[in-house]
Design a protein. Structure first.
Length: 228
């Protein structure tokens, strides 16, 4: 995926296929449904609808992320505002980050804080890469590779709400039963953005992505040795 991300940037076109995004969401979604069919479907729907709503809110009002617009690479825009694929990109990130939190810590507070911070860290890698790929455009670029600081304040807020929804619907016992597939979408997506940022010498997001990837692999390896 790092290799793919590197050359995807070099060969990017005005329209980016949504098929890779949909395929990448399948491992996480299938693991949720395998663990608990009804709750799995519910959390996918809830997080996807929430993602679309908060993205639309920011596009229309600049709150909470700031003012930006989606370009055409991510597919048809619902009501000419938000691409219908948004949920497939954001929901698996929430699931992966907060699942890692439960795998890492026993204390519920620490699990939640880890999930929030890891999800915000994911955007430190994702957002610069997405702008490079022309997925969206910020109307008032900031100092961090053109990303405004308000975006990360918004991610803090949306991460807290997303994590709460996930932990509310899925119990700790159910999350512990999830397999490596639940974080595979996060890992593959992160690897893709490492490749994109490396291709353009965006060293800070590239390094953050590499550190995250090491932690994902290490945590998953430890989890694979444990029994629920």
């Amino acid at each position: 995926m790092i290799f793919f991300g590197y050359f995807a940037f070099l060969a990017r076109t005005d329209y980016f296929s949504v098929i890779p995004m949909l395929l990448l969401a399948l491992p996480t979604y299938s693991d949720l449904i395998r663990t608990n069919f009804k709750k799995g479907i519910l959390i996918i729907i809830v997080l996807s609808v929430y993602a679309a709503m908060i993205e639309a809110l920011s596009i229309l009002t600049s709150f909470p992320y700031g003012s930006f617009v989606y370009n055409k690479q991510l597919g048809y825009k619902l009501f000419d505002v938000v691409p219908w694929t948004v949920g497939f990109g954001w929901a698996p990130l929430v699931i992966g980050c907060f699942t890692l939190g439960i795998w890492q810590f026993k204390n519920r507070y620490n699990q939640f804080i880890f999930g929030v911070l890891f999800l915000v860290s994911a955007d430190l890698v994702l957002d610069p890469g997405a702008v490079l790929m022309r997925f969206w455009t910020w109307e008032n670029p900031g100092i961090y590779y053109g990303i405004p600081f308000s975006n990360y304040l918004g991610w803090l807020l949306s991460s807290v709400i997303g994590g709460f929804l996930y932990y509310y619907i899925f119990t700790k016992t159910e999350i512990l039963k999830l397999s490596k597939l639940s974080v595979l979408t996060l890992a593959l997506g992160n690897a893709f953005w490492i490749g994109v940022t490396y291709s353009n010498s965006y060293w800070i997001p590239c390094l953050v992505g590499c550190l995250m990837q090491i932690l994902i692999i290490w945590t998953t390896h430890i989890k694979s040795k444990q029994k629920v």
